[in-house]
Ligand binder design. Structure first.
Ligand SMILES: [Zn+2]
Ligand SMILES: [Zn+2]
Length: 138
């Protein structure tokens, strides 16, 4: 009669995300009340982001690999507002996902659809950057 309801030390199948090492990203993401959103303009998308300037710039650079246009960062709400009403509301929701980049992390304060879009772009950008770096090495 030993119901194994509580296994001591659960196997670490799901490693937690590493802690954010960049204090500026940390305070940008978890600062109270004083969140300064930055908007990434990528093709027709406008994605609200939260991180320090340095890591925002890195994020934009990586995403920029996936467009023939440029990825631009805006430090204020775009003139016409956000095209997507769901993105408009997203910053008010807690627990937005973050994308680790170098020793920082970028919070993506968009709707699920646009989160998926930007994650995909970011992954593509990383792959492209990797290829470019690899071809330079050889
Ligand atoms: Zn940072
Ligand atoms: Zn959206």
């Amino acid at each position: 009669m030993s119901p194994d309801e509580s296994l001591p030390g659960r196997p670490d199948d799901h490693p937690d995300q590493p802690p954010i090492q960049c204090p500026d990203c940390e305070s940008a993401l978890h600062g109270d009340g004083d969140q300064r959103l930055t908007f990434l303009l990528l093709d027709q998308h406008t994605i609200p982001l939260l991180a320090c300037d340095e890591h925002l710039a890195q994020f934009a650079t990586v995403c920029g690999y996936t467009t023939s246009d440029t990825a631009t960062l805006l430090d204020h709400r775009p003139a016409g507002g956000l095209a997507c009403p769901s993105c408009h509301l997203a910053p008010n929701r807690p627990q937005q996902p973050v994308v680790p980049i170098q020793d920082g992390a970028v919070g993506v304060l968009a709707c699920p659809e646009h989160q998926a879009t930007i994650f995909e772009r970011f992954q593509q950008g990383l792959a492209t950057k990797h290829q470019l770096t690899a071809s330079l090495d050889t």
